[in-house]
Design a protein around this ligand. Structure first.
Ligand SMILES: NC(=O)c1ccc[n+]([C@@H]2O[C@H](COP(=O)([O-])OP(=O)(O)OC[C@H]3O[C@@H](n4cnc5c(N)ncnc54)[C@H](OP(=O)(O)O)[C@@H]3O)[C@@H](O)[C@H]2O)c1
Length: 207
């Protein structure tokens, strides 16, 4: 059955982005270092239409599986703003992407199969459209923090994957600042370590 999942990078001190983020400074000061592990994998670089990277590593398998399972994406407008400025013309999703915003605009179709739909639907309605678009595949809640927190608090996420990078950012945007601890309960599925990143996977328990 199709699942709803989060897969997100985080510094060891709990930030998903550094301070001063925006289109000309994606992920904020120092934040891009959270993803250094992914930039070493072939699968991640391929999605950015870049050459190189290692294949047949556990990290590469995880990146490949994460892209492969997603049939649609949901993201917040601030994450989109950073990506609009920085993603290649052939945006790295190859699937429908539903952007939550209070200022909707016309869909934006990119080369390679990605279309961005801008919606002021509530999060349940946006998820319904994403599930319909994804079919038998899963829906990835891509970020940022605001959107991930809303979907977790609403009990709409089945699996939470966090890639914990071995670094401190000190300040920035916290991944779990507004989680309602009474509503979100987790069970460990697995923890996988590589020399450069720690993958934590949880399933959520309905409360
Ligand atoms: N470390 C990682 O793996 C990772 C992954 C993804 C993102 N990020 C980072 O996360 C940061 C952005 O996170 P963020 O929390 O600031 O912003 P965000 O979640 O990306 O976007 C927030 C915006 O989305 C819209 N929105 C959110 N919920 C909505 C709702 N229920 N209905 C209508 N619109 C809604 C609003 O846009 P309007 O203001 O237009 O109404 C809101 O201002 C970026 O720096 C990005 O680089 C990191």
């Amino acid at each position: 059955m199709s699942k709803v999942f989060v897969s997100v990078g985080m510094s060891l001190d709990g930030f998903l982005a550094g301070p001063n983020g925006g289109p000309t400074n994606p992920l904020g000061d120092g934040g891009v270092d959270i993803h250094q592990w992914a930039f070493k994998t072939k699968s991640f670089l391929e999605h950015l239409r870049m050459e190189g990277g290692e294949s047949q590593t556990r990290d590469d398998e995880i990146v490949h599986h994460t892209f492969d399972r997603a049939g649609a994406y949901i993201m917040g407008r601030r994450m989109f703003d950073e990506g609009e400025y920085n993603w290649p013309e052939d945006a790295p999703f190859r699937a429908p992407v539903f952007v939550l915003t209070n200022k909707p605009r016309s869909p934006w179709e990119r080369k390679g199969g990605t279309t961005f739909y801008f919606s002021d639907d509530n999060i349940e309605a946006a998820l319904g459209k994403s599930q319909e678009a994804a079919g038998i595949k899963d829906v990835r809640i891509s970020g940022g923090a605001s959107v991930i927190q809303q979907y977790l608090n609403a009990g709409l996420v089945d699996e939470l994957e966090v890639q914990v990078a071995p670094l401190f950012l000190g300040k920035g945007m916290r991944l779990f600042d507004h989680i309602d601890a009474t509503k979100v309960k987790l069970e460990i599925v697995e923890a996988i370590d590589s020399p450069i990143i720690t993958h934590l996977k949880y399933k959520t328990i309905r409360v």
